[in-house]
Design a protein around this ligand. Sequence first.
Ligand SMILES: *[C@@H]1O[C@H](CO)[C@@H](O)[C@H](O)[C@H]1NC(C)=O
Ligand SMILES: *[C@@H]1O[C@H](CO)[C@@H](O)[C@H](O)[C@H]1NC(C)=O
Ligand SMILES: *[C@@H]1O[C@H](CO)[C@@H](O)[C@H](O)[C@H]1NC(C)=O
Length: 369
Amino acid sequence: MAFSIPKLFLLLISSFFIASTWSLNTSSTTSLDAHLSTIRTFCSSRPFPDACFSSLKISISINISPNIINLLLQTLQTALSEAGKLTNLFSKAGGSNIIERQRGTIQDCLELHRITVSSLQRSVSGVRAGDSRKLVDARAYLSAALTNKNTCLEGLDSASGPLKPAVMNGLASTYQHVSNSLSMLPKPKRGKQGQINRRLMGFPRWMSRKDRRILQSIDGEDDPGEELIVAADGTGNFSTITDAINFAPNNSYDRIIIRVREGVYAENVEIPSDKTNIVLIGDGADLTFITGNRNVADGWTTFRSATLAVSGDGFLALDITIDNTAGPEKHQAVALRVNADLVAFYRCSVNGYQDTLYAHSFPTILSRV
Ligand SMILES: *[C@@H]1O[C@H](CO)[C@@H](O)[C@H](O)[C@H]1NC(C)=O
Ligand SMILES: *[C@@H]1O[C@H](CO)[C@@H](O)[C@H](O)[C@H]1NC(C)=O
Ligand SMILES: *[C@@H]1O[C@H](CO)[C@@H](O)[C@H](O)[C@H]1NC(C)=O
């Protein structure tokens, strides 16, 4: 039993070799030319063969043995280094270097791009760890990254300005390596185990017993001194949810519990990617409301219109209503947007007119009202 995972992994890797048209020649006497031609053949079946070849030929000259894991890691590293340059470009693109037609375009791109960088880093460590589950996760991360690129491109479409061509080129060159990496991962087997059904009613499998208990909200069972209280009437630690989120520690491994007392919170709440494991607990979906009215007709991007936008992994919400009150004449107006992993909503109500829920790049939402 203890060997089942490594075996599965070997199986996966070997079928992976057969599936690719690439045959490995590990003979130590192989010449540099033969190595290069092996790489060229390997790259010819990638979505961007030239980008693949230019990032991988380096591995030949420094004589790393070219197995598929090394080639994948090298491609991911190239994607990460291109992504670093793109981050700088997005930072420069604010100001007057890009003229946005829709409010928040560059901010969306930067935020999405940060998520991509963290997806790439997680893929690298998953591939290094090398068990089959982590390879499946890496597929999900890289697919999500490609969705991020598309959302950014949609916003940039109507933008203009001197830096736009450089940003478009940077996006293209970074994400070619992401596509190539994705094509080097084993294809998921359909209909078999390993397909993750996270849309189960009830609690998802990844949720710990402690989390289930939190969601069943046994008030006061945890030490109330460790909770942050938000109260619109000023009787808590904060009077807005945003202030509590800002106060919460960055990159927490522990659940950070924020109780949101009864009231109407008219704010656009963002859970950024570095605020992990936040738990928002309201007094009831009929008592605690977060409301916003951003919408596309008023010039916001669909992405940025969300009343509650979740990019932090491990977010949980309980007993809260999330509304976008923009109304039917305002086109896309998102109440809840999620692009984070391991996110759940329990006894929450989400209301809007169009695109109420925008599950952006991870298929991991559980909603039970
Ligand atoms: C492997 O490389 C050696 C030396 O270059 C060559 O003689 C042999 O034919 C190659 N084998 C395959 C399967 O390409
Ligand atoms: C929040 O308020 C409670 C009750 O007044 C207090 O005990 C707790 O220390 C406060 N927490 C913070 C982080 O200020
Ligand atoms: C979280 O990180 C940001 C910068 O990324 C920093 O400005 C902020 O003060 C940090 N917040 C906390 C609570 O450490």
